[in-house]
Write a protein that binds this ligand. Sequence first.
Ligand code: S3P
Length: 457
Amino acid sequence: MSEFKVKRCRPIRMELRVPGDKSISHRSIMMAALANGPCEIQGFLPSEDCLSTVNAFRAMGVQIEELDATKWGPTHLRVHGCRGEFRSPDGDIDCGNSGTTMRLLSGILAGQKEGFRARLTGDASLTKRPMRRIIEPLARMGANIRAEGPGDTAPLVIEGARLQPIDYQSPVASAQVKSAILLASLFTTGKTTVTEPVQSRDHTERMLQYFQVKTLRQENHLSIWGGQTLESRDFEVPGDMSSAAFWVVAAAAMPGAHLRVDNVGLNQSRTGLLKILIRMGAQITEVIDHSRCGEPVGRIEVHGGRLRGTTIEGADIPNVIDEIPVIAVAGALAEGKTTIRDAKELRVKESDRIATVTHSLRLMGAEVEEFFDGMEIQGGAHLKGARIDSHGDHRIAMAFAIAGLHAEGETVITGTECIRTSYPGFEDRIREVMAAKNKDNHTPVIKSLNPATERES
Ligand code: S3P
């Protein structure tokens, strides 16, 4: 098991780019494979999760060329779309740690021709995560899908079937559930509508539109007409807001820090963290420079200072679902109390994030009360270094590395391999931040951290 050590750093002064957005990278491969010709994808995130999606489609006969790569893996790909007609894979499709691969792929595979068969497996964490949430609506559409694991968990076996459109009221605000249904609906000949309790991230619908598929949004209802063909087009993936989040929190809570993140996706369904930090007193500006392939892209600038506690609940939650571990760290660094409620979805992420965050914050000296759907953190404690187990969860590893930059003494993060599922290169950035110092007691500005420049030598 790999680990790394983190120590308190001087005020961060950094200009960086983060690797490609994970949600969008997965979808770019899926949409391109569904399209009617070749699509080039630039800015692709070469992380283990996204490579699980690439490997899945390769195993089903889709030709995917690698046109450029960093030391972590391919960032520029050409996918030869085959109008969504795939061949049965020879062996199991291993989705690794990736819930997005398993759930969205299930929607696509459910609509394959009769005779198609695939079995989707995953790692120890993924095979514990709930799959009933996609099995139930897909089965209602006529899908032939069954779970082999206890309590409707993976492995999933999917056989091709004729699907019908549905009108589905989702009990959870989940982009993965919504997307699985939308992708399955492409294989029907009618109108499918998905209604969510609160709107989740909307990349699937934006990307479908970009690939010339008509959808209609009316508040929380999203409708799509089956039988449409995705027109092959090139696509560029913006930087991942959820990866930028770690640096934004690190700088926002650090007086004297200055951070600028360029080329980051600023889709409103993903930037809830910025609003919450501003509510906590952070100095943050967000500038949308342009729209690229249907997604707003721009920069974030942060001037560090003191934060104060806040309450995060209700409609806030879906927008920050992946950022809550690092928001909890911000809460521990802030003055006053931070309360997080209505977030029981966190219990079924890559780890039980309510339990892992509560436990890890306590190890670092913070006072935290755990609720079934969240936690209450008494801010202002001086965090001290501790040994923090990632529990195989990338966002826990990275959130507590950020806590370590603010803590007294040494923090050791163990089980750090999982970081490669979403942010290859994160550990290098942490090392640069800790190593940088100059005579003003500041880090010199760290520049040109463009993941695209990390060529293999
Ligand atoms: C994702 C949706 C969210 C998020 C996950 C990525 C996606 O999951 O937590 O990291 O790409 O659609 P849920 O749909 O389970 O909320």
